[in-house]
Design a protein around this ligand. Structure first.
Ligand code: 48F
Length: 256
């Protein structure tokens, strides 16, 4: 075993994967529950899916359950998604289903990769490529470079559609709106901002508002609440999973 062989193999595999993804069908920004579900289902249906995650660990807001207590709740309507990703759950006396948040995070990551999605961690989407009033790609940089504030120019990925799955931050839509004179598909043409916690309508709102917010740019998961002015819901994850599933159906129709 030679050290140089380890190094060569890692560099070869990484850059082969990266080169294979610089032109893709769907870029999903953010590897939280909604992005992972959408990415997994789309990849399983044969689309090329590239998920970009700025942190070291994909999984977004799943890992901490509620307040660091490692369980999360899921409604019955979403348990078929848990089954698709081979994640165990248990019925609570309230009628809700409870999952171990560590299994939920790792199961969604593993499932999405097994279904064929490509996840790149430590990659931050810092901007978009917009041509003729349409989002046609993302501008990416190394997370550490951005954290340190180094003056390093970014690279780009070309995509048929881009998805903002960045959660509360709604980073992609916020950047599009801030940097360009664009009118979003919202009542004011701008992101409306998230409202305080109200679980039941929040869970419905997140699924209903999974849609195209600007030509070529879709929104799913918690980012929908921030963009369309809905409530947050706390550690109940059915809405996130169903939002990812709904997005996959919408994009499958659009891209087919
Ligand atoms: O927040 P997050 O888990 O997104 P989600 O799918 O799920 C929300 C729930 O976790 C929870 C909730 C549920 O009941 O309220 O909050 O809507 O994951 C979003 C991911 O996007 C990454 C971020 O690190 C996180 O892992 N992210 C955010 N901005 C960027 C990004 C960016 N500019 N580039 C790349 N990744």
């Amino acid at each position: 075993m030679k050290e140089i062989d380890i190094t060569r193999a890692i560099i070869n595999f990484h850059f082969r994967a990266l080169l294979d993804n610089i032109q893709t069908d769907v870029v999903i920004v953010g590897a939280g529950p909604s992005g992972l579900v959408a990415g997994g289902y789309l990849a399983r249906d044969g689309f090329k899916v590239t998920i970009l995650e700025k942190r070291l660990s994909p999984g977004g807001g799943i890992w901490g359950g509620g307040m660091g207590f490692k369980y999360a709740a899921v409604q019955e309507e979403a348990t078929h998604i848990l089954q698709d990703f081979d994640i165990q759950f248990e019925k609570d006396e309230s009628g809700l289903y409870i999952v171990d948040s560590l299994e939920l995070a790792s199961g969604l990551i593993h499932g999405a990769i097994q279904m064929g999605a490509h996840i790149f961690n430590l990659v931050t989407v810092e901007d978009l490529v917009v041509r003729e009033s349409r989002v046609v790609g993302v501008v990416i940089n190394n997370t550490f470079a951005l954290m340190e504030g180094f003056p390093i120019d970014p690279l780009t990925i070309k995509a048929k559609v881009v998805v903002d799955a960045t959660g509360h931050e709604h980073d992609v839509v916020a950047t599009l709106s801030r940097k360009n004179d664009v009118k979003l598909n919202t009542p004011t043409g701008k992101p409306l901002g998230e409202r305080s916690l109200f679980s039941e309508p929040a869970e419905k709102g997140v699924v209903e508002n999974t849609k195209e917010v600007y030509p070529g740019l879709f929104v799913c998961g918690m980012a929908t609440a921030a963009v369309f002015g809905y409530y947050r819901m706390g550690p109940i994850f059915g809405g996130m999973l169903l939002s990812g599933e709904r997005l996959a159906k919408i994009l499958k129709k659009k891209l087919s």
